[in-house]
Design a protein around this ligand. Sequence first.
Ligand code: NOJ
Ligand code: CA
Length: 537
Amino acid sequence: MNNEWWKEAVVYQIYPKSFCDSNNDGIGDLEGIISKLDYIKNLGIDTIWLSPIYESPMEDNGYDISNYYEISSLYGDMNVFDRLIKEAKKRNIKILLDLVANHTSTKHKWFLEAIKDKNSKYHDYYFFSKTKDEKKSSFGGEAWEYVPSLDEYYYHYFGVGQADLNWQNENVRKEIVNIMLFWLNKGVSGFRLDAIELIGKDLKNNVIANGEILHSYLREVMEEVRKSYPDFFTVGEGWPNVEIMLKYTANERKEINELFQFEVPTYTWKEGPLGKFSCVRRSNLELKEALNKWQQGIHNKSYLPLFWENHDLTRSVNRFGSLIYPESSAKALAAILFLEEGTPFIYQGEELGLVNTVFENLDEIKDIEAKMLYKEYVEEKKLYTDLEFLKMLNVGCRDQGRLPMPWNSSLNLGFNEGFKTWIKVPNEYEKMVASSQILDDNSVYSFYKKLISLRKGKFKEILINGSFKLLDFSSTNIIAYQRLLNDKKLDVIVNFSDEETKIELKNLNIILGSHNKKINKEYTLSPYEVIVLSSEV
Ligand code: NOJ
Ligand code: CA
C-alpha cells in the first residue's frame, strides 16, 4: 500500500432510492445522482459511497442482492452506471460501492440452485441444517427458515430474504474476489463492506461476529485484489472496540483500510435489543471520553472513519443536538467530527442539518427491520400497542434517515417532478432545502463547505496527521480539543449545550466560527457555538 489517498478524502454517502428521481417513478436513480454531481463537487467532496445499486428484489433496499453484476432496473442500467463513473471522474470524484458479501438475496441464482438440489455446488455456499436452534435474526424473529423441498433450514442473520453466505467455502471467497475485480475494472475506487464482521461465523459454536477465522479470509481476498489494484480502498461495517478494530485495520496487518465503529454514533441508545427506540442524552463528559478513547487508540496505528449518520441511523441533530437550536447543533456536530483525526463521512442531507420527521401512522414506515420487529413485539409477543410502537419507531427507525432529499421548494421539494414518492417527503424539510442553503453564507451547508476547505487547504497536514488532546474548560458545557503537529496547534472549542457559556481565551486567532461574533478574552459562547483557533507553538 503506497498511496493512502483515503486519509485525505471526504466521503459523501448516497442512499440512491432517496437521493434524486430523474424519471418521476417515485424512486431515486443513477441519472438523478449524475444530475447532482456538481452539487456534491461544490460542497468539496472527492469521494462518494453509493449504497447498493445492484439487481435486487429490494426487500432491504438493495442490501439483498440477486445479481452482483447488474444494475437494478429501478436505478438505471450499466450504460448509465458507466456514465456516472465518467462524469464523476471528470470532476475528480471517486466512487465506492457497497459490497454486501455476508449474505445474498434468496432470489440470487446461487440460492435458487442451492434449494433445488442438495448436491449442487451452491448448496454449500450457504448455511443449511437439518435442525434449528434458538438463534435470532437481528431484525426480529428466528434466524432459521424452513425449506420444504430440502427438509432443511437456512440461516439468515438479517431478513428472511437475506441468506448468509458460507465464507468457509473457498469458492465463495473466489466469487467475492471476482465481483470486486469486475467493479474495479469498471473504474470504482473501492468498497464499503457491509456487515463484514459477520463473515467468520461458526454457527455450531455460536460464534457470530468477529470470528477469528475472518481475518485470514480478509487477507486472502484483499491480497488477491491488491495484486491488480494496490491502492483500492475498503471500509468495513462493524461494531468493534478499539482492540478489535485494530485487528482488521492495523497498518501492518493489511486486511481492510478502515472499519466503522458505532460506539460514538450510538452512544445515545439505551441498552438492549430495542435500545435505539428510546434514546437518552448522556453527559458531555461521557461523549468526550468516548471521542478521546477512539482518537488515542487509533492514532498512528491505523485510520478512523468518522461519522454521526448513515442510512441505518436517525438524524444526528435529534440524537445529539437540540431542536431549539437545530442549525447551530448541526454545525457543532459537524465541527466536532471534521476536525478530529480520521476520514469524515457525510450522509446525504446531513450537510443541510436535516432533522427527523414525525410519522403519523405505521403505513408511512417502509423499513423491513421496523416491520419484522413489529411482527415480533406487537403481533406475536403483544408487548406494545400500535401507538406505543409508532412512538418508538419515530425515535429510532431507520426510515428517519431515508426520506427524500430536499433540493428546492417546488413539488416534492425537488426530489422529482411527479405525483408519487416511494416514501413521504417530510414537511420538516421545507425550511432546509439545498437551493437556499447554497446561497446563504450562514447556512449549515456553507459551514460544511468551510470545514471541508479547512481540511483541503492550509490546515490539511495538521488535520490529517496531528495528534489529539482533550482541552479542559471549567464548564462541562464545553467540548474542546487540540490538534497538534510540529509547531502548529489548532484548538476546537464547542459549547455543546443549550446554555450561554462563559470561557476565558488566551489565543484570539480565530480561523473559523459558527456565529461570526467578535471574540475577546472573556468570551460568551452562544448555545452550540463553535470557534476554531490556530497558533504556532
Ligand atoms: C447493514 C446495512 O447498513 C443495513 O442497511 C442492512 O439492513 C444490513 N447491513 C443488512 O445488509
Ligand atoms: Ca426514478
